[in-house]
Write a protein that binds this ligand. Sequence first.
Ligand code: HEM
Length: 438
Amino acid sequence: MLHTTSPPRLAPGPDEPFDINVDDETFDKLATWSRDYGDVIAIEPRQRLSRALVLNNPEHVRHVLIGNHRNYNKGVGFERVKMLLGNGIIVSDGEFWRSQRRMIQPVFHRRVIAGQAHMMQACNARKLRDWQAKAASGTVVNITEEMSELALEVILRALFSNDLDALSEREGGNPFALLVEDVTRDLKLAMRFRALTRHVADIMQRRRSENRIEHDFLSLLMQSCDKESGQPMTDKALIDEVMTIIVAGHETTAGTLNWAWFLLTQNRRVETALHDEVDALAGPPGFDELGELRYTRQIIDETLRLYPPVWLFSRKAISDDTLVHEPEDVQVPAGTDIFLCPYLLHRDERYWEAPEEFLPERFGDEQIKERNRHVYYPFSLGSRRCIGEFFSIVDMQLHLGLLSRHIRFKHVPDKPVLIEPHINLRSRHSILLMPESR
Ligand code: HEM
């Protein structure tokens, strides 16, 4: 008689088989299981073929993302992202990813971002005028929607400069605005979004035929060549990278600013400290003043701790591996799905005092030094760390620095403020705020 025995458990975990996804059910279960099982949760698959490990220990996170990162490819969930982004660097792996990352890296150089700061200031100056008018007329701001629009505008201008206005004029509106308007992330949206690639191809074509180079991300990407092969990207790869930058750079920043403004309305002490900092500036801050906006930066860091937009992401083990652990090491067979959840580690009492409280002081230099470096990773870690981190920090620091000099908000209680843990961690409903001039 043939006996089939299931392989031994990889680590403690729930008895029920379960497939981890970016959804409410997973969010709730992970919160419970991390309390029950701690550092490593082993989960048997329901419909998937491979077993899963959720890692909730900073040393294991470091091992997968830094120490032995070559053994881990992108994992579950990225197939869906591929429908939107083709083979852009957020989803690609191996030699193709390495070559693309090398070519894209110079686009995000400090010097280039410094050159984008004027554009960010101009977008925020328009936003300030709008909010001042709304404050004067007592008009409520839908901060969730407005942060989404603003973050989209900034990333599109960083990519296309004035070609964005020309495109909007030709098309009778900004065709990329569907990303703000349509918040469902279904197949229909994926198809409408992919249809936007023709506008990117069109702008590239116009620039080539006019022999025109702009000081923006698109021109830099078009000029970029692989150091080893000397070859530029194919047009298909270029378009995929542009679409990747739009998606990766828009919703993450928008979500963070949405939460930051909400948190400020709930924490008057923090708001006052922010006002003290921005009021001490000689004038509206620009790129050179960012060093003076240290507390503003801490507010952003603390917002990203409580509400990391990328709250859960995955890897797949290429070969067998071992995670050092007490009392027993954890075996990671080839093919195991690995899930990393910044949201859980960012709120883990073992590493954070009063983890549910909004305390930007945690990100003072001394406090950072005293903490394990790998318990905080909103931008991931290692060689696949977010390429847009500096761009988004500059964007958010300038936004809060410029706007909070003149505007403060009061929360308008409408629908309950709840987390929506889907591909990004967003607020389930739009948050409404009443602006006041200051
Ligand atoms: C608050 C803002 C942001 C957060 C929290 C964030 C977070 C992340 C995280 C966690 C990853 C790693 C995902 C993984 O390895 O599975 C990532 C990758 C990436 N991010 Fe961001 N991101 C932000 C803003 C941006 C912006 C503004 C851009 C572009 C302008 C951008 C472009 C990218 C790209 C291209 C990657 C893929 C990098 C690679 O795999 O080599 N991100 N981001």
